[in-house]
Design a protein. Structure first.
Length: 388
């Protein structure tokens, strides 16, 4: 099956007076530049083929949604959500485990460092996930088989958002295509003009081509004997068409007719917004964004509301900004929000100051699973790799 996205171009005209002989049509395009006019006439609206048109309501009304289920007191939640304190022993074990997992680090240094100070703090990470559905359409065609053609005579085609489909699990991206009911139209194949075959471009219909071994001279250069590749004929059977002189039309597979129809293209996408509370540490932000944390708050609904009155104002502002950004982006591409989920997590991070062979340095332990980031490990072999 071949698929074409709708373009605002002219239709291809076919000559109805062509005879049934096999002609050289290898120059013909594999696909016409526009769908048949009759295909558009059977649709409920010309806007069907233009993604995002139709004036549907894509977002649920605010009256149908419940308010954000925020706790009565953020302070009490924060008091009961305590992350374990990183001791000197834990800090050393985390470094040794990290070093042993690397190929260029000496474990001797990890066991001999002198830890001077542990500076522990907790960051807040806000995350908003928006699961949306967007619909578009495209014209496509396939060879006509013996199955029943579902054309306009069987009824009117539904509108873009009227087709009911099974939604995948929430927050799992997917793309699916469905044939639009009653949109099929049978037309003569544009490639072979309804013949099912066309002249081979390799041999121009002769079935034979010049021998590549003797270049058609029937004998190889400076050899008295005839060419063994072509048996002295100077020509060989065309490998493109196997000597038939014509080829089965690749577009209609020899069926002579094509079924044109419109198919619905549905994309389920999960958009992500993340924010980590400000800090003055030299630990890369991409590591903190992926770090494992302790869940502090979770809100999931068809549409969530911005968080308010959180002790750290930056989190409340991030929640408002993230929701606005997602709503604006999805509205611009006429997508419909199916589900939203926002969370607040506590990310522990410890700045470890240590001394080794007369030099003071720092490494970081982050996340509830004690991941390590060290920028200038003292005993590191030079093999050209950089591992965070």
């Amino acid at each position: 099956m071949q698929t074409l996205t709708w373009l605002d171009t002219l239709t291809m005209d076919l000559d109805p007076n062509e005879d049934d002989s096999v002609a050289d049509l290898s120059f013909e395009a594999e696909s016409p530049v526009a769908p048949p006019d009759e295909l558009l006439e059977g649709l409920p609206s010309y806007d069907w083929l233009l993604q995002g048109r139709g004036g549907q309501v894509f977002f649920p009304s605010l009256e149908s949604l419940g308010r954000c289920q925020e706790p009565a007191s953020w302070s009490s939640v924060l008091e009961h959500s305590r992350v374990p304190v990183v001791t000197e022993e834990v800090a050393r074990e985390a470094l040794v485990s990290f070093v042993n997992s690397q190929c260029c680090y000496s474990s001797a240094a990890a066991g001999n460092i002198i830890i001077q100070e542990l500076r522990q703090q907790t960051l807040c990470r806000y995350r908003l996930e928006t699961f949306s559905e967007s619909r578009g359409s495209e014209w496509t065609f396939q060879p006509v088989t013996n199955h029943l053609v579902d054309g306009p005579q069987r009824g009117a085609s539904p509108r873009l958002w009227d087709m009911k489909v099974q939604v995948p699990p929430m927050f799992q991206e997917d793309t699916r295509k469905f044939q639009v009911p009653h949109s099929s139209l049978v037309k003569e194949c544009h490639k072979c003009h309804g013949r099912g075959r066309y002249k081979c471009s390799g041999c121009h219909g002769a079935g034979m081509v010049r021998c590549s071994s003797c270049s058609g001279t029937k004998r190889k250069a400076r050899q008295p004997r005839r060419c063994h590749m072509c048996s002295g004929s100077g020509r060989r059977r065309c490998s493109t068409c196997s000597g038939r002189g014509n080829k089965t039309c690749a577009t209609c597979k020899g069926e002579r007719k094509l079924e044109h129809f419109v198919q619905l293209v549905i994309m389920w996408k999960n958009s992500l917004f993340e924010f980590v509370s400000p800090h003055h540490l030299h630990c890369p932000g991409e590591l903190l964004a992926k770090a494992k944390g302790e869940n502090l708050f979770r809100d999931e609904n068809a549409m969530v509301y911005p968080i308010v009155d959180f002790p750290l104002r930056d989190i409340s502002l991030a929640s408002q900004r993230g929701i606005e950004e997602h709503n604006t982006a999805l509205a611009s591409r006429s997508a419909r929000i199916l589900q939203q989920r926002q969370t607040i997590e506590l990310i522990p991070i410890t700045e470890v100051h240590y001394w080794y062979q007369g030099k003071t340095s720092v490494y970081y332990i982050y996340g509830t699973d004690h991941q390590v980031y060290v920028a200038d490990y003292p005993k590191r072999y030079c093999c050209g790799c950089t591992i965070l």
